[in-house]
Design a protein around this ligand. Structure first.
Ligand code: ATP
Ligand code: MG
Length: 401
C-alpha cells in the first residue's frame, strides 16, 4: 500500500509499505528531503531503504518490552511492527506519521496531541482485563520505546507518560522521583519531573510530555547517525561534534550535567535512546538538549542490599564503561551547588519508604548510597582543585551532607 511519510503537515516521501510486515518496500517519490528524520540517509536511487526502514521499524514497541508477547496475543497482532499501521505511525514524541495515499487524512484530525485516543492498547500492555473483540488500536502506545511497561494517558488535560517498575524491587518509578528531587535542588538544566502514583500497591512514575505539536524529540542515536565516526574520535567527541554541526545549542553543558547526575544516581542505562535533543518541526531549528528523562535504571535497582556498595565503581553508558571514567569527560564540576544537596538522603527516605517493595534495610542502604555518591563527586571536584577553602584539603574538611 502507498503512504506518504509526513512530518506534521509536510509531505516528505511517498512509500510503498507491506501490509503484513509493515516494512518499507520502496521509495516511490521524494517530496522534501529537508524534513527527513534526523540521521536517515536516502540516495536519489530510491532503492537504498535500509536506513529508512531501521528508523521506521525502530518506532515500534521493542520486542524486549515486558509482557509484550501476552499483549500481542490479546490484541491478535502477530508482531509489534504491525501496530505501527494501526495508528498511522503517529507518536507523542515527534510529528512523523504515514498518510494513506488512497484515503488521505489531515494531521490536525488524527494527531494524538490534539485528539483523544483509545486506552485499550495501554490497558492491554498493563495486563488489565479488556474485551478483545472490539479493541480500538488507535493509540500512541503503539509507538512508545523502552522495555518497561508504559502507557500514555490524559490526566487533568495534560498528556502524561505512566511507567511501571520491574521485579523484584519495582524501584524504577521511585528512582525517577529521587532523580527529580536531586535535579530540582541543582537548578541547573531542564529536566523531566516525575511524580508517583500507586495502583494495587504497585508504584508507577508519571511525567508530562515535554514535546508539543511544534516540536520533536530526536534521540542521541539518530543524531550520531548524521556523521560517520572517525576511528580516532571518541564517542563523546563524536556526539558533541554531530550536535555542533547540526547547530544544537548548549549541548556540552547539558551533556556534562547529565554525566554528573548519572554519577550521583549510579545510572547504569544511559544508552543513546535515553537522551537527545529537541527541534522545531516547522522551522527545523534546534531548541537544545531534551530535558533529562529516564533516570529509573539506577540506584542499584536490581541489586540485593548486600551488593549496594556506593564506593565501588558502577557500570555506565554511553561514553565510558564505568562512572569513574565517564565523569572525567564532564570537565570542571564547579557548577554543582553541593550545599543544595544537603539533606537529600532524608528526602530520598521519604520517597522510598512509601514502597512495600523496599524494606528498611534497603531504604537505608539506598539513602546512604546516594549520600556517598554525592560525597564522592564532591571529592572529585576538590581534587580538580576547584575548591580551595582556606588551604584545607578535602580530608580535613567536614563534608556535611
Ligand atoms: N516526557 C516525555 N515526553 C515525550 N517523550 C518521552 C517522554 N518520556 C519518554 N519519552 C519517549 O518515550 C521513550 C520511552 O521512555 P523511557 O525511556 O522513559 O522508557 P524506559 O522503558 O525506561 O526506557 P529504557 O528501555 O531505556 O529503560 C523515550 O525513549 C522517549 O522517546
Ligand atoms: Mg528509555
Amino acid at each position: 500500500m502507498i503512504y506518504t511519510l509526513m512530518s506534521k503537515n509536510t509531505p516528505v516521501l511517498d512509500l510503498e509499505i507491506h501490509g503484513e510486515t509493515a516494512s518499507i518496500l520502496k521509495i516511490v517519490e521524494i517530496h522534501n528531503k529537508k524534513h527527513l528524520p534526523v540521521g536517515v540517509r536516502i540516495s536519489e536511487k530510491k532503492t537504498d531503504i535500509s536506513s529508512l526502514n531501521k528508523w521506521w521499524q525502530g518506532r515500534s514497541i521493542p520486542a524486549s518490552r515486558y509482557g509484550i508477547r501476552d499483549a500481542l496475543e490479546i490484541m491478535q497482532v502477530p508482531y509489534t511492527e504491525q501496530l505501527l499501521l494501526k495508528c498511522f505511525g503517529l507518536s507523542l514524541s515527534d510529528q512523523y506519521w504515514i498518510n494513506p495515499k488512497s484515503n488521505p487524512m489531515e494531521w490536525n484530525k488524527v494527531n494524538f496531541f490534539e485528539n483523544t485516543f483509545s486506552d485499550d492498547v495501554g490497558n492491554v500492555l498493563f495486563g488489565q482485563e479488556v474485551q478483545s473483540e472490539d479493541l480500538d488500536l488507535m493509540s500512541p502506545d503503539n509507538t512508545s520505546d523502552g522495555w518497561l511497561k508504559k502507557k500514555w494517558k490524559i490526566i487533568d488535560g495534560k498528556l502524561c507518560l505512566i511507567k511501571a517498575g520491574s521485579n523484584p524491587f519495582n524501584q524504577e518509578p521511585l528512582n525517577e522521583v529521587v532523580a527529580s528531587a536531586i535535579q530540582r535542588r541543582l537548578k541547573k538544566e531542564p529536566y523531566t519531573s516525575y511524580a508517583l502514583v500507586w495502583e494495587n500497591n504497585y508504584p508507577y512514575s508519571v511525567c508530562e510530555n515535554f514535546i508539543n505539536t511544534d516540536t520533536e524529540l530526536v534521540s542521541a542515536w539518530n543524531i550520531c547517525q548524521t556523521e560517520k565516526k572517525p576511528n580516532h574520535v571518541s564517542p563523546y567527541n563524536h556526539y558533541l561534534s554531530c550536535c555542533e554541526h547540526l547547530g544544537i545549542p548548549n549541548i556540552k553543558e547539558s551533556i556534562d550535567y547529565m554525566l554528573a547526575v548519572d554519577f550521583i544516581i549510579a545510572n547504569s542505562d544511559r544508552h543513546y535512546s535515553n537522551f537527545g535533543a529537541v527541534r522545531d518541526v516547522n522551522t527545523l531549528e534546534w531548541t537544545g538538549a531534551a530535558p533529562l528523562f529516564d533516570c529509573g535504571t539506577s540506584m542499584w535497582h536490581d541489586q540485593l542490599v548486600q551488593n549496594i556498595k556506593p564506593h565501588k565503581d558502577v557500570p555506565s553508558k554511553p561514553f565510558k564503561s564505568y562512572h569513574s571514567e565517564q565523569i572525567k569527560l564532564a570537565g570542571s564540576l564547579e557548577w554543582i551547588d553541593f550545599s543544595a544537596l544537603h539533606g537529600i538522603d532524608e528526602e530520598c527516605k521519604e520517597i522510598l519508604k512509601a514502597s512495600a517493595y523496599i524494606d528498611t534495610a534497603r531504604c537505608d542502604a539506598l539513602c546512604y548510597g546516594i549520600r556517598k555518591r554525592i560525597e564522592l563527586l564532591q571529592s572529585l571536584m576538590m581534587k580538580q582543585g576547584v575548591i580551595n577553602v582556606n588551604g584545607k584539603t578535602h580530608q580535613e574538611m567536614n563534608l556535611k551532607m
